[in-house]
Design a protein around this ligand. Structure first.
Ligand SMILES: NC(=O)c1ccc[n+]([C@@H]2O[C@H](COP(=O)([O-])OP(=O)(O)OC[C@H]3O[C@@H](n4cnc5c(N)ncnc54)[C@H](OP(=O)(O)O)[C@@H]3O)[C@@H](O)[C@H]2O)c1
Length: 274
């Protein structure tokens, strides 16, 4: 019988590329997204689209159960839905902070908790949490996004132990820069970088410029989907998959430097120091 993957946030980017790749490999795919009108999978008969906002706990429970009933199994969960909140921490509103965590962290908790009874019953499963290079190292002006991705990284490492006795693998895929809607449509800001009356505006502009000057190094969503597919199917106990040459380079550098040297280098790279 074909295996089933359940993926969150599949309207664009990495999630949409994952839907296509798993379907092309013969999988049954539960493609979930906030607005099903955004789906572009009519050419893929093994894909079913479900409306799901991961911040809606009742919908999470209902949609996981519906997908399990429709497909008869739940073999892989890809927690992909997420977005970046960028800008100085001091300016973030309660609503911005809450929505960032509701989506990137509590959404993952809800979907994972709803999937576990099905995976435990079948004594197998793979849970893949899409974190970021920013779940292992921090860049300036992204404190709240990093808090969510570092949080997911630790959550995943602890769950790895807890679920192993049930035959359930937990994995983290940590991409570097990826050419998706992440830095455009999906990005939220805590300040207007053009507002020179804000004392952080200059720092924010430097950081945004540094990110955009690196955009040529970005991976494609399809390349990250290949890493996710490997994580789903390699049968290994590997916890972390660092996805993209840029992510491997930065984490490799960090591993070989003192914290102080690494922080000073990063400060310089983002135009925040001479
Ligand atoms: N692109 C990068 O450079 C990069 C690097 C490292 C990690 N990541 C991670 O990769 C994941 C996918 O991002 P992407 O690069 O593919 O960006 P993207 O094209 O902006 O896709 C993000 C997806 O998340 C969905 N989403 C946002 N809030 C949601 C919610 N409350 N419920 C359900 N879906 C929601 C969006 O849905 P709507 O269409 O409804 O907005 C969209 O489908 C994210 O977790 C991101 O943090 C991205």
């Amino acid at each position: 019988m074909a295996k089933t993957v359940f993926i969150t946030g599949t309207s664009t980017g990495i999630g949409a590329a994952c839907v296509r790749l798993f379907a092309q490999h013969g999988w049954q795919v539960a493609a979930t997204m906030r607005n099903p009108a955004d789906a572009k999978f009519d050419d893929l008969p093994s894909v079913r689209v479900y409306a799901l906002d991961v911040t809606d706990g009742a919908a999470v429970t209902r949609v996981i159960a519906q997908a399990h009933q429709d497909f008869g199994s739940l073999d892989v969960l890809v927690n992909n839905a997420g977005y970046g909140l960028v800008g100085p921490f001091e300016a973030a509103t309660d609503a911005q902070i809450q929505t960032q965590f509701a989506t990137n962290v509590f959404g993952v908790f809800a979907v994972t908790r709803a999937a576990l009874p099905f995976m435990r019953a079948q004594k197998s499963g793979v849970i893949i949490n899409i974190t970021s290079v920013g779940g292992r190292t921090a860049f300036p002006m992204n404190s709240l996004y990093h808090a969510t991705k570092f949080g997911l990284d630790g959550f995943s490492e602890s769950l790895w132990f807890e679920l192993a006795p049930f035959g359930i693998q937990v994995k983290v895929v940590a991409p570097g820069g990826v050419a998706t809607d992440f830095a455009t449509r999906s990005l939220q800001m805590t300040i207007d970088p053009a507002d020179d009356s804000n004392p952080y505006a200059g720092q924010v502009r430097s950081v945004l410029n540094a990110f955009s000057s690196r955009s040529g190094n970005a991976s494609t969503a399809e390349q990250i989907a290949e890493v996710i597919y490997t994580a789903a199917t390699d049968g290994s106990s590997q916890l972390r998959y660092i996805a993209g040459a840029d992510a491997q380079q930065v984490l490799g550098a960090k591993a070989n430097m003192t914290d102080e040297a690494y922080l000073a280098m990063t400060q310089k790279n983002f135009g925040l120091a001479e």
